[in-house]
Design a protein around this ligand. Structure first.
Ligand code: ATP
Length: 363
């Protein structure tokens, strides 16, 4: 059977295990020899026990677990050709020429580069007598399929990334808990949620929790936001509301690009309205806990589609990223999606927020 390996790279997210499980089982079902690569690219570079053959039962009882059971890492070695050469050696000597990468845009970019270099890496290994001519010939094509695991939902091309829905559940649970105590004491709560460049979590949370105000990086408020915030909070209290909820995305800024932090918002509320105001920073809680049903199913579907894409690949097939389009798992050109995702980051850095939002939308 064909050699296929799956690994998780970059920040973890809930639902990655469902994706790993699906890749392993679909791979075995289609007759592949399937491997786990532990600790992302680091395991690929280091080889040894990090690359282990998987069987049907090695992915039992993982679908409900958060994070990734095969580990994830950031890897400096893989940024250098020398590291990628070691990685190529570790794959070729195990007969692995199909890779499923579950990670963010950095991980997908690395995989694409690896594929582009594959031929020359094998030539170098052959020249150094690390592999045989037969191996050079037999394993000359590397195929890549990607999936995006990220709670931020910050990747262009997919409606949802694996982990976003679970993170939303976590945040909403926390807000519901806080609302009850805020009600008792007539408090104002400021919740900081993750999202450095992408306000998706903050925006959706605000809608789902009846928040009074939300700050997101893509829609920086004018400098009079302080007055607007205070008058809105005051108005809500006057109309009988016993509490206020304000959601702040980690990367929230004003129109001048200055950060709007939870602390800053708190000071504004306390100084102007003298409300009893507390901050809750959810932090990594958002990435933890068990994956939602949606993320489990998303991981399953994307994993199966990724394996099918690899099995159907011909030497000219470009790497794909499996995405969710409506309720369909579809294959999109990996690098085009990465380029768009990077263009969004650039537009944000350039303070061209309208362009960022436009680029992030469907095309
Ligand atoms: P997230 O940002 O959501 O955590 P990510 O995949 O974007 O996920 P990165 O830290 O950017 O996270 O990348 C993960 C790993 O992928 C890096 O540590 C590195 O090993 C590899 N990688 C990233 N970019 C490249 C690149 N240009 N060339 C080679 N390898 C890369």
């Amino acid at each position: 059977g064909k050699g296929l390996a799956v690994f998780t790279s970059g920040g973890d997210s809930q639902g990655m295990n469902a994706a790993v499980r699906s890749v392993v089982r679909m791979g075995i079902y289609l007759g592949c020899k399937v491997y786990f690569i532990r600790e992302g690219y680091q395991g690929m570079v280091d080889g040894g026990d990090n690359i282990e053959e998987a069987n049907w039962s090695s992915v039992s009882s993982i679908i409900h677990k958060g994070g990734t059971i095969i580990g994830s890492a950031r890897c400096m070695d893989f940024i250098k050709r020398e590291g990628r050469l070691k990685a190529a050696y570790n794959l070729v000597t195990r007969g692995i020429t199909n890779l499923v990468v579950i990670g963010g845009d950095g991980s997908l970019t690395g995989a694409n580069l690896f594929r582009q270099e594959w031929s020359s890496l094998l030539d170098e290994l052959l020249a150094n007598n690390k592999i045989t001519k037969d191996q050079r010939e037999k394993y000359k094509f590397l195929h890549i399929a990607g999936m995006v695991g990220s709670i931020d939902n910050d990747f262009c091309g997919t409606d949802m990334t694996i982990g976003t829905d679970s993170a939303l559940h976590r945040i909403i649970e926390a807000i519901d808990a806080i609302v009850s105590t805020a009600y008792s004491h007539q408090r104002t709560f400021i919740m900081e949620v993750m999202g450095r460049h992408c306000g998706y979590l903050a925006l959706v949370t605000a809608l789902a929790s009846e928040a009074d105000f939300v700050f997101i990086p893509e829609s920086p408020p004018n400098l009079d936001w302080r007055e607007k915030l205070c008058s809105k909070l005051e108005q809500e209290r006057k109309s009988g509301q016993r509490l206020n909820i304000i959601i702040v995305a980690e990367g929230a800024i004003d129109r001048e690009g200055k950060p709007i932090t939870a602390e800053l918002v708190k000071n504004v509320v306390v100084e102007n309205l003298q409300q009893d105001t507390r901050i809750t920073v959810l932090g990594h809680v958002q990435r933890g806990g068990s994956p939602s049903a949606f993320d489990r199913i998303l991981g399953c579907r994307m994993g199966a589609e990724a394996v099918m894409a690899l099995m159907e690949a011909t030497p000219d097939t470009e790497p794909c990223v499996v995405s969710l389009d409506g309720n369909q798992a579809v294959r999109l050109p990996l690098m085009e999606c990465v380029r768009r995702t990077k263009a969004v980051a650039q537009a944000m850095a350039d303070k061209n927020w309208d362009l960022a939002v436009q680029l992030r939308g469907r095309s």
